[in-house]
Each structure stands twice: as C-alpha cells, then as structure tokens.
Design a protein around this ligand. Sequence first.
Ligand code: FES
Length: 197
Amino acid sequence: MAGKQPQKAGWTRRDFFNWVLNVTMGVIALLVAVPAVGAAITPAFARSKPIWIRLGLASKLQAASLAAGTGGVGSVVKASYTYTALDHWVKQPASDYAYLRYIGGSCPFYILSPICTHLGCHVDWVPSANQFHCPCHGSVYTIDGLNVSGPAPRPLGVFRWKLTNGEVWIAREDTFTGAWERQGESPRRPCLMVKQA
Ligand code: FES
C-alpha cells in the first residue's frame, strides 16, 4: 500500500532560488515604479503658477463695454481668448472666454470667470435681466457675479488682471472665489488689479 510522501523539513535549494528571484524582481519593480509614479503624479499635485493670458487692448475692451451699456456706464462683454491647455498631460491649444465690464475709477475693469460654481457649466450673460444665468441647473448671479438663487454655493470667480503696454491680461488659473467684503448691507466686489512693479 502506497504511503504518504514524507514532508521535507526546511527549505530546498529550489525554494531558496525562488525566494532570491522573487526578492530581486520586487526590488527591480520598485526601482522602476517609484520614479515613474512620482513623475506621473507630480504635475497633479504641483501648485499651478498663474498663467497670464492676453485678453485684448484695454481701449477696445473699454469701448466695447461702454457700447454695451448706457449713459457712459459699461456693461458686460464676452472677451474670448486662446491658451495652451494641459489635458491629461498633453498640451494642446484651447479657447475660452471671460466676462469683462468697464467700471472706471482706479480699478477700471471687473473680469469674471464664466464657470458656474455649482458644477462648472459656463454661465450666460442675459442683458435683459442684467444677470448671469446658468443653463445647467438654473443658478442666477448678479452683474457682479454674486450668486442670488439656484444651487451655486459661491459667487463667480473674479480674475486677477493686469495692464501691460495698454493690454489687459488675466491670470487664468488664479481666480478669487472667496467671500466678498461686506460694506454695510451690500457686499463689495473685490478689485483684483495687479499693480505693475
Ligand atoms: S452647474 Fe450651474 S447651476 Fe449647476
């Protein structure tokens, strides 16, 4: 009658070579994977520097805003621009727009992001209502971008901007979406004009 094969105690030479092989493969995989993973995720976590984008000649934008308004008071105009977008680590040309209004004074332009603060749809400027309306879920913003109804949790982003050689530039990735200063009863819109050094 065939008996059970006796179990071998301890490691065989084959076990030892398998162990050495596995450890070596593991070390090689780590050496390859760590730099690759680091290179892949670094762009996602790096704090993006503001990218300055040219919006157009200040005189033209001012004239367009005044033409859209009445009685020398500027209204909202759509200012389109192109830029280089990073889409899944691939750079490609893209276009977007900002909503700009000439308001005069020491901070003559007020420039809003069109991105709804609910889920990111582009809002529409509705001149007849003097408001921005979001086509996705109905959020409504005042001409200053303050959210007044619908699910939007915050005002529209306000672009930092600067004037260089007569042209308006916006910091595309660096909009202000924080709380507005309150002045009495009415919230005061922030002026985000960046002074030139
Ligand atoms: S994305 Fe604008 S209301 Fe939802």
